[in-house]
Design a protein around this ligand. Structure first.
Ligand SMILES: Cc1cc2nc3c(=O)[nH]c(=O)nc-3n(C[C@H](O)[C@H](O)[C@H](O)COP(=O)(O)OP(=O)(O)OC[C@H]3O[C@@H](n4cnc5c(N)ncnc54)[C@H](O)[C@@H]3O)c2cc1C
Length: 411
């Protein structure tokens, strides 16, 4: 059996793996990208693509989002409707003058379509070798040997990028002892597609409902193309376990609540409900080592407040490509050199991940949430501040400052 030597081997062709490969291709660095499924393939997700996704993909190619906006399998989304535990709605556009924008600041697109769009981009690069339908399940990885079985073929990469998602086999086999993903670090999400849901927002504002029954988790309704909606809920794994919750039954219960009953009266589910884990970026972890880097969900980078993970997966791929380029130039793939990845990635993400971890713990207090929403509905400046928080982390940090709440109280 011959062993294939390759400089860069990426496991998993979701947003993290594709981003790594595309940013490497921009630098003319060849790589092998291995995926267990064949595209088009589904991925359980809320399918909301934030401004961060738009921003990072535009760094790869400034025109790519214009191309995506012409794709029939997406809708442009212009804002969020937050529903506080007492049922009041706070409507927050992603941009203050959103009606004048040339292109939507965010999108909703089924991952089966969005990920295929990204894979088409991958196929344009001859320096990316895409291998589909190859399940990587066995690593020969110790201090002397670093090899991986891709189907029946043994590969020996100079550097391996594990982008194999929330159930990363690399993380479990190779990195288990140091990664420390406790039950409180994960949430579970349930997703279902529906047709005929009534009263979706005309500008496709996504809806987040912070229902008292599931706090600090939330229920969502995201409008999609073809009159469909992505409907789901996300909850902490510790709460699910403690309350012995059955998420599909909980969804049915929610759809019978007075505020949803009529909206779902004529709606029908397409296919079945699906569940998947969301590893949260609620603490700093070691994400690289001798000849490897973890990216995306395999590195637990999901925003603990919003549940958004695609943007951070793309960022991690972009940063990985930069560190890989430098490592190849220096022919140094040691843990010390690759720790630059952790440093650069957390420099970029730490502030917002920490803030979101704090916000997520504040959501546990329904009265505080109700209070902010009530006030914001009466106060335009506060509404504008909340709008800006989607563009500016510094403004978002006001939410963890006690003075912010004092000012609210006396305003
Ligand atoms: C219910 C739910 C709702 C969500 N909603 C949103 C949302 O609305 N917006 C948002 O931004 N984020 C959302 N997320 C998070 C988002 O889905 C992830 O953060 C994102 O997909 C991470 O990208 P990734 O590339 O790291 O992993 P993935 O997208 O999971 O990609 C991993 C890839 O690796 C492949 N793979 C896995 N194991 C192997 C193996 N052993 N060998 C070969 N290939 C392998 C998989 O098939 C897959 O293609 C949601 C998550 C869930 C569960």
């Amino acid at each position: 059996m011959s062993v294939i030597q390759t400089p860069v081997l990426i496991i998993g062709a979701g947003p993290a793996g594709v981003s790594t490969a595309l940013f490497l291709a921009k630098k003319n660095i060849p790589c092998v990208l291995v995926e267990k499924e064949s595209f088009p393939r589904d991925k359980i997700c809320g399918d909301a693509l934030s401004g961060k996704v738009v921003d990072i993909l535009s760094k790869y190619d400034p025109n790519i989002m214009d191309l995506f906006a012409q794709n029939p399998n997406q809708v442009g989304s212009y804002g969020i409707n937050f529903y506080s535990p007492n049922g009041k709605c706070l409507s927050v556009p992603f941009s203050l003058q959103y009606k004048e924008l040339k292109r939507a600041p965010g999108f909703v697109s089924k991952r089966i379509h969005f990920d295929s769009f990204l894979i088409e981009e991958v196929r344009k690069h001859t320096c990316i070798t895409l291998i589909e339908g190859a399940f990587v399940k066995e690593y020969e990885w110790n201090s002397e040997i670093k090899r991986v079985w891709v189907g029946d073929q043994l590969y020996e990469p100079q550097i391996l990028i594990a982008c194999d998602g929330a159930n990363s086999i690399f993380q479990k086999q190779v990195k288990e002892e140091t990664f420390e993903l406790a039950i409180s670090d994960s949430s579970y999400g349930l997703r279902a597609y529906y047709t005929n849901v009534k009263e979706l927002h005309e500008d496709n504002f996504i809806e987040l409902h912070f229902l008292p029954e599931i706090l600090p988790g939330y229920f969502w309704i995201f409008p999609m193309n073809d009159g469909q909606a992505n409907v789901g809920l996300g909850l902490g794994a510790d709460i699910i376990k403690a309350k012995k919750l059955h998420l599909p039954a909980l969804l049915e219960q929610i759809l019978r609540l007075p505020q949803f009953k009529d909206r779902f009266k004529d709606a029908s589910m397409i296919g079945s409900v699906k569940l998947h884990a969301l590893p949260m970026g609620n603490k700093r972890r070691i994400l690289s080592g001798d000849r490897y880097i973890l990216a995306g969900d395999a590195a637990a980078l999901i925003d603990p407040f919003t549940g958004e993970g695609i943007g951070n997966a793309l960022i991690s791929g972009m940063v990985a490509a930069q560190v890989i380029e430098e490592a190849i130039l220096a022919q140094d793939f040691s843990a010390k050199r690759l720790s630059k990845y952790d440093e650069l990635l957390y420099r970029r993400l730490s502030a917002e991940l920490q803030l979101s971890t704090k916000l997520q713990s504040l959501v546990k207090y329904p009265s505080l949430f109700n209070f902010v929403v009530n006030k914001a509905n009466k106060n335009k400046t506060l509404r504008d501040t909340i709008s800006s928080m989607f563009e500016d982390v510094d403004i978002r940090s006001q939410f963890k400052n006690p003075i912010f709440y004092l000012k609210l109280l006396f305003n």
